[in-house]
Structures are given as C-alpha cells and as structure tokens.
Write a protein that binds this ligand. Structure first.
Ligand code: SF4
Ligand code: SF4
Length: 141
C-alpha cells in the first residue's frame, strides 16, 4: 500500500536560491518552481511525495525539510494532489547592470560563507553575465 500522503515538504523561501536541484531530483514531480517576471514561485503537489529525501539531502542551502505527517485528519486532503504555492521569492537587481536576477540569500551567505571569501560575496550580488565578465577580468590580471 502506498504511504505517499504521509510525507510533508517544509520549504523556507528565505534560504532558497531557486537553483532547481530539488526539481531535477524529484522523481514524483512533487516540487516545482515557476519562473515569473519579478519572482519565482515554489510549489508542492500535495500527496505525491514518496519520502525519498533527495531534495532535502542535496539542497545546497537547506531550504527543504521532509517530515512524516501524523494522521491528524488532514491526510485525506493531501491525497487530492492539489498543487499548492509554498513560497514566492522576489528577484533583486544586479549590482552591475541592474537587471533582475534570482537573489543569493543573505542568510545563507552569513551562515556558510562569511569570513571565508568576501570576494565571493561581492560576486553573489551580480547576475551570471556580470559575474562572468568580472571573473574574466580577474583572470587577465
Ligand atoms: S529548495 Fe534548495 S534545491 Fe530547491 S531550488 Fe531552492 S535552493 Fe535549490
Ligand atoms: S522527498 Fe523525494 S519525492 Fe518527496 S519532494 Fe523530495 S525528492 Fe520529491
């Protein structure tokens, strides 16, 4: 018998970079990310998670936690396979060209990178195009 409805995805938009590693790893298509004009949206297809925990294990910023939900009367609702929006992350402006981009969460920098590489922090404020240009310039020095 399937136990799919017992698993719950807990998502923290403050930590999410929108990298989509979780989306690529999820064999059940439980987690989805929609790119919009000024934000991206993280969505969960309720009742489809099989509890494999791959998303939790490989999320680089610990933005996802998988828990086993006790039967509190809500499990029937979860089996409806409804896609629910779990969080919306606003884009920020690139410090180089001002283009909108997915932000690198400050909370992640503070926890994982602070003190290790201040230059990396500067680069995290740039869009991928500007970051490439700066890195190419650094290589020419
Ligand atoms: S939840 Fe984690 S793996 Fe998924 S998009 Fe956000 S940062 Fe990437
Ligand atoms: S635990 Fe597995 S099935 Fe559930 S959302 Fe994560 S990757 Fe998908």
């Amino acid at each position: 018998m399937s136990n799919k409805a017992n698993w719950k995805v807990i998502y923290d938009p403050i930590k999410c970079t929108g990298c989509k590693v979780c989306v690529d790893l999820c064999s059940e298509k439980t987690v989805q990310i929609e790119d919009r004009v000024e934000n991206f949206e993280f969505m969960v297809c309720e009742g489809t998670c099989n509890g494999c925990r791959k998303c939790e294990e490989f999320c680089p910023t610990n933005a996802i936690t998988i828990t086993e939900e006790q039967d509190n009367g809500n499990l029937g609702k979860a089996q409806s396979k409804e896609v629910v929006s779990y969080g919306r992350v606003l884009y920020t402006h690139c410090k180089g060209c001002n283009k909108l981009m997915k932000p690198f969460p400050e909370v992640v920098y503070q926890k994982k990178l602070k003190g290790q590489n201040a230059v990396y922090h500067e680069k995290s404020l740039l869009c991928p195009d500007c970051r490439r240009k700066v890195m190419a310039k650094d290589l020419r020095k």
